[in-house]
Design a binder for this molecule. Sequence first.
Ligand SMILES: Cc1cc2nc3c(=O)[nH]c(=O)nc-3n(C[C@H](O)[C@H](O)[C@H](O)COP(=O)(O)OP(=O)(O)OC[C@H]3O[C@@H](n4cnc5c(N)ncnc54)[C@H](O)[C@@H]3O)c2cc1C
Length: 415
Amino acid sequence: MTRATVYVVGAGLAGLSAAVTAAAKGARVTLIESAEQAGGRCRSYFDASLGHVIDNGNHLVLSGNQATEAYLRTIDAADRLTGPDHAHFAFADVTSGERWTIAPNDGWLPWWVLARSRRVPGSALGEYLAIAKLRNPGRGRRISDVIACRGPFWDKLLRPFLLAALNSEPETASADLAAAVIRETLVKGGQACRPRIASPSLDAAFVAPALAYLKARGADVRLGQRLRGIGLAEQHAARLEFADGPLALASGDRVVLATPPWVTRDLLPSVSAPDEFRSIVNGHFSIAPPAGVAPMTGVIGGTAEWIFAFDDRVSVTVSSADRLVDTDREALAQTLWRDVAAVCGLGPTLPPWQIVKERRATFAATPEQAAKRPAARTAWDNLVLAGDWTDTGLPATIEGAVRSGQRAADLVLRA
Ligand SMILES: Cc1cc2nc3c(=O)[nH]c(=O)nc-3n(C[C@H](O)[C@H](O)[C@H](O)COP(=O)(O)OP(=O)(O)OC[C@H]3O[C@@H](n4cnc5c(N)ncnc54)[C@H](O)[C@@H]3O)c2cc1C
């Protein structure tokens, strides 16, 4: 008798995580991806105009992201995320020139808010109660329904943190999603907030080791193969349809559909899915950062929001960037470079640059969109969903994608 197969469609982090989890449990896995490379929205590639490998966008993980940590441990890539032993975040205000560092202490008792050298300059102690209020906000509310979105703590720390985590304007974003992030990071103390950056690239941390892990376990990885349709019987998926013909599912075969929401809706129109998205713009500058520049700096008062300093480049992230996506690329590069130059102490001449615009980077993290997220289980008993947009309880993040993949694999293997 032939062994049943777990077919995972989509090799973004959700699909990779599902495939790795299933393979780790001894399942026979086939991973199918439409693009010629795996990684989806978390990928790296050689950029000819810069002459080196860049990531589509800077990705920050926090040490409290436990599913991500487990995934990296499984694929033997835990050492590919780098960062400090204790949480600290450098900030620079490009309008006033002010600089400061936020340094939550390791333990859960947040005494750092009492220490002027560790907290937001000019902030009052009472402002930090916002964290407690956001822990359990009540369902379906916006952040501005729960806390006052003003004051130095909001402007200089909580807002930038939530903007990055939710990729949506924090005031109108879902308080539930903010709460989920806060509970798993800030509330647990500095040890859960240590910044972690993929080194030397996203691919080297999250993608290549996963593909190597799968191949070593005999998985069949098929790139450049787009799923065009799913043949459905009453209660189960009967076949997967590709350009070169259908693939009939045998009894016992399972499918994890880890495609983006718009693709999943085309394949399965009855599935509910978020349909509003937010973009992210990244600027990459081919220049070695001067000595002493922090690996990551939060920028206040500029267009750039976070500046990441790598050995061979400086990269800038702007979240919820719909206002910028139609801006001329060179003008955008000039604008972002002004912020980089001010923060890193560099001259005004623009080095070789690249702008990467991800128009549908994540779903809009509003209460309305969050309510459209589907569960992993579907109406078809051999078909489950995965993806950062499914109902993970988290915003669209690496942690959410990886967790959804782990859960999808658990569900299909249990079935
Ligand atoms: C610029 C940017 C910056 C980000 N920054 C951060 C960050 O700092 N921290 C963080 O935690 N998260 C960040 N994210 C979010 C993170 O990248 C995503 O949450 C995660 O990568 C989503 O993974 P996924 O597998 O759910 O979806 P995707 O990555 O979209 O994977 C879906 C896969 O399905 C494939 N596919 C589509 N259609 C088909 C088909 N018909 N047949 C077969 N395959 C198909 C796609 O090619 C893709 O590979 C960022 C995202 C972007 C774009």
